[in-house]
Design a protein around this ligand. Structure first.
Ligand code: FEO
Ligand code: CA
Ligand code: CA
Length: 653
């Protein structure tokens, strides 16, 4: 079981992380002035990074304890068999919602041998819990709410014998169970008489969104030729959502499911067609053998995107166009149909994170998590009116999509992806705004956006609106995309965090000032397990506890920055880091303290609080040991974990 999971995740990492971007957008050499260039010739020294990063080196020395970080940090956990969730003294963590737990009233109890069929899975929690958000009921916000949790993808542990092939095909029953285990769960939660958070069962709000859930397509691509398939000649309704990674929420109480590595589910076998079809090739679809991870197309024709001239709309050649969007879900209306909002543009979207100005104008920030891809923001044309929240129903259908260009001297610019501007014209392959959005990556290439080291989550400071983004890592930037101003380390295995301020703290501004918040990695002078010096590209600037590959990122109400990690914890380069972690940082002093360590093999992801910040939920995704059972034999299960303080206090204080 353990080997299965490890092999699967190695395969998954190899596919998710492939660089696809063919552009040669500005490199460091082109951006920096000649005086600074001399500093960077040869290897990138820490001194150079500190100088360029606006005083990072200077602040590493300040060790005064941050008033924001009130807990005793926990130690790195390096044991191969570490199978717990470790939290600071005075805190407790308890498994709250695991893969297979009943969501719908008629769902059967989870079978530890994984023999639940696909219909059972449709009523149970999906796999690989990821982004999530707590929506309070207004009449009791701190004790009653809906928790919405993404189910990103599936593990081989979903089936009794892993993912199988029979005569070169995936069994349809397995494929359907995998499709049923994707999507999201809505679960009602409430404090009991003892003040303990519990799930409410049954609940009229409980809901499973899956790969089968009909969704409306709205915005500029609704009904467009490029969205029509043999099964949906209207181009207005699609079944399901896949690879639901991180998420977002709106001020009017809806949840935003983000579709990340959806390209892994499709294949186009027509080599000539693939070579010229930007909407497939620029997004890294498979074009030979099976689709990259699951082989669903061998059992379900919807995932074979090879053009078929004998069928209306070419069969399913357009099906991959119907993924890569933001899905808006109203958790309070269990009968509502989720809506795919195409004005947000199509890419491998990690998240969609709100920043709201005084006047109700908004921006939603997103990373495109692939090596060398971009950071975007979507600015709706309208404003949020708190006095009339229902008027916000279709606010996400009109607006401007921008992509970030990080320039020299800590300045940056948002470049609009608007048809007719900046070369986004028919002559350059963009016949309309719909096509700009459909091929947002190619449009961003043309505008000269800055290729990043795999942008993951974005977080916005609750009072200053300063924006932070995790660049998780990039070991394969290669020669086509050399280091640039905002991504400076060669073989950047540990990743970094950048932050910026929009001009005038206005979410809709088109210019910003940016700097490095930290480079993850080991401290200066660190030695490997065999006593050699750790190479320069693996040395970081962390003021505090060690970590690699920042991924999940969120602010609490007091302005503590919570950082979740996702690295291969058995990779020798991660030896010093131990198992994956949740850390807490003070944005002013930049002090970082480790709050939690998860079981071996897991990624820590998803983070949300009750409005009083006294309950914290995080996700343990794909643990490789038998978490949460910790009995050495039960199948490991992705699990939402509830963290509370023994004295009932605010988490982190
Ligand atoms: Fe699904 Fe980028 O993590
Ligand atoms: Ca992630
Ligand atoms: Ca990640």
């Amino acid at each position: 079981m353990k080997q299965d999971l490890e092999a699967f995740h190695a395969r998954l990492a190899a596919h998710d992380d492939q660089a696809i971007n063919p552009s040669r957008n500005p490199s460091l050499e082109q951006l920096i002035d000649s005086g600074r260039r001399n500093l960077l010739k040869g290897s990138l020294t820490l001194a150079a990074l500190g100088f360029m990063g606006g005083g990072l080196a200077a602040c590493r020395g300040s060790l005064a304890a941050s008033p924001l970080l009130g807990f005793q940090g926990v130690a790195v956990q390096q044991a191969e068999d570490f199978d717990q969730v470790l939290v600071p003294e005075g805190y407790r963590a308890r498994p709250f919602f695991s893969w297979g737990d009943a969501v719908l009233p008629d769902a059967p109890a989870w079978r530890p041998d994984a023999r639940d069929d696909w219909q059972a899975q449709l009523g149970q929690a999906g796999d690989n819990h990821d982004g999530m958000h707590f929506f309070p009921f207004p009449e009791a916000p701190d004790s009653h709410g809906l928790l919405v949790i993404n189910h990103e993808y599936v593990n081989p542990t979903l089936h009794p014998n892993g993912m199988t092939l029979s005569d070169g095909r995936r069994p349809l029953e397995e494929v359907k169970k995998e499709q049923a285990a994707h999507g999201a769960s809505v679960i009602e939660v409430r404090k009991d008489a003892d003040g303990q958070w519990q799930r409410v069962m049954p609940s009229r709000y409980n809901r499973r969104i899956s790969g089968f859930t009909p969704m409306r397509i709205s915005g500029p691509l609704a009904g467009h030729e490029a969205m029509k398939t043999v099964a949906d000649p209207s181009g207005r309704e699609v079944l399901g959502t896949f690879n639901n990674c991180s998420s977002g929420f709106t001020p009017w109480g809806t949840y935003l499911i983000c579709e990340e590595n959806w390209h892994n589910y499709f294949v186009n076998h027509d080599q000539a067609d693939f070579a010229r079809r930007v909407s497939h090739k620029r997004y890294g679809l498979a074009n030979e053998g099976m689709s990259k991870l699951y082989g669903w197309e061998t059992a379900d024709a919807r995932f074979d995107a090879t053009p078929d001239a004998s069928q209306p709309h070419g069969g399913y050649v357009n099906e991959p166009h119907r993924f890569g969007w933001v899905v808006e879900l109203d958790p309070f209306d269990p009968d509502s149909q989720p809506v795919k909002r195409t004005a947000f543009g199509r890419y491998c979207r990690e998240c969609s994170v709100l920043s709201q100005g005084e006047d109700g104008r908004m921006a939603f920030y997103s990373g495109d998590d692939t090596k060398g891809e971009y950071i975007y923001k979507f600015v709706p044309s309208g404003r949020f009116d708190a006095a009339n929240p229902r008027a916000s129903r279709d606010l996400l259908d009109e607006g401007t999509l921008y992509v970030a260009r990080f320039g020299a001297e800590g300045r940056g610019r948002w470049l609009p992806l608007v048809h007719g501007q900046g070369g986004l014209t028919a002559e350059n392959g963009f016949a309309s705004q719909a096509e700009v959005l459909l091929n947002a990556r190619a449009a961003a290439d043309l505008l000269g956006a800055t290729p990043m080291d795999r942008p993951e989550w974005v977080a916005v400071h609750p009072t200053t609106r300063e924006v932070y983004v995790t660049l998780t890592n990039n070991d394969g930037r290669g020669t086509r995309q050399p280091a640039n101003e905002a991504n400076r380390r060669p073989a950047n295995l540990h990743g970094h965090i950048i932050r910026w301020n929009e001009e005038g703290a206005d979410p809709t501004a088109t210019e910003f000032s940016w700097e490095f918040f930290l480079l993850a990695g080991e401290p200066e002078g660190a030695k490997t397990a065999t006593g050699e010096a750790v190479p320069a590209n693996l040395i970081g600037t962390i003021n505090g506890d060690l970590f690699s590959s920042p991924d999940g990122l969120a602010f609490d109400g007091a302005g503590r920055l919570w950082i979740e990690t996702d690295y291969e914890d058995r990779d020798p380069a991660m030896q010093a880091m131990g198992c994956n972690q949740l850390l807490c940082a003070d944005p002013q002093s930049r002090e970082v303290r480790r709050f939690l360590v998860g079981p071996r093999g897991c990624e820590i992801t998803g983070i949300t609080w009750s409005p009083d910040y006294r309950a914290l939920w995080i996700n343990i995704q794909h643990p490789s040991l038998s978490y949460p059972a910790s009995d050495g034999s039960t199948r490991p299960r992705s699990t939402t974990v509830l963290i509370t303080k023994d004295d009932g206090g605010v988490i982190g204080t």
